[in-house]
Design a protein around this ligand. Structure first.
Ligand code: GLP
Length: 242
């Protein structure tokens, strides 16, 4: 039972000591600082270069390190601390001082089946609008979002959705819809090949999977959305009150 580097979950015992050391180091290093070379780390911890590379790759996928081809490995910028509130991606990124943009990947109509029909408060077979977008900030891919809306309530939505625009702004300005509340769930997952490609990341990198089920002031469901956020770029923040 030797240590097989690269096999998920299999790490040489010394790997963990090295990783902990790097995490402690990253707690004090300012973002952008270079970290010791592979050779230095391998020497100091008496581990193979393969084990060092594994630790660096894992910390990169976790968003703690940033690697620049041909330059080296640096302490990463802090993740975006995103408040959990009923705001739009566009507003969220502007608040962070970043420029939001989107790439429209898909906009189609399909008949509602089972759960989705129920979630959107429409009968089975009624039309759903499905909107798939890649969401970027300062031109960097951040999330993939798939929104489902009841097509009947939002006739003509197609022509209002511009590639980069805000869905919530369209709902407000074109349909007079104000959102009142939403149920959101957050789970972890690992990027699959398609997600990884769209997000410009490696397959298997940690992602945060969110679902949002939102309701308008009239109590009716408006959107059921699934989003996949890069785990290396995001953390979510909320205030807890007793
Ligand atoms: C967030 C939500 C999505 C929602 C989107 C609207 O990202 N998770 O459910 O569709 O905001 O953002 P925008 O108005 O920028 O399109």
């Amino acid at each position: 039972a030797g240590a097989v580097a690269g096999m998920r979950g299999q790490r040489e015992p010394k790997y963990w000591a090295l990783k902990q050391h790097l995490l402690d180091l990253l707690d004090v290093l300012p973002p952008g600082s270079p970290i010791p070379t592979e050779r230095a780390l391998a020497g100091e911890f008496t581990v193979s270069r393969t084990t060092v590379r594994q630790a660096l790759a894992d910390l990169t996928a976790e968003g703690r390190l940033h690697r620049v081809q041909g330059k080296g490995t640096f302490a990463a910028e802090p993740k975006l601390a995103q408040r959990l509130q009923l705001s739009s991606y566009t507003e969220d990124m502007r608040k962070q001082g970043l420029k939001p943009s989107s790439k429209l990947l898909e906009l189609d109509e399909l008949p509602a089946e089972g759960d989705l029909a129920k979630l959107l408060g429409i009968r089975t077979g009624a039309k759903i609008l499905r909107l798939r977008r890649l969401r970027l900030a300062d031109s960097q891919p951040m999330a993939l979002e798939t929104s489902h809306l009841p097509a009947g309530r939002f006739r003509g939505l197609r022509k209002h959705i511009s590639s980069g625009g805000s869905l919530y702004a369209v709902l407000r300005e074109q349909y007079g819809v104000e959102l009142e509340r939403a149920e959101e769930t957050i789970e972890t997952s690992l990027a699959g090949p398609q997600e990884a490609e769209m997000l410009g990341a490696d397959v298997g990198m940690p992602v945060l999977m969110l679902t949002r089920h939102s309701f308008a002031t009239d109590g009716k469901p408006v959107e059921f959305a699934r989003s996949v956020y890069r785990g290396d770029r995001y953390k979510f923040v909320t205030t807890l009150l007793p």
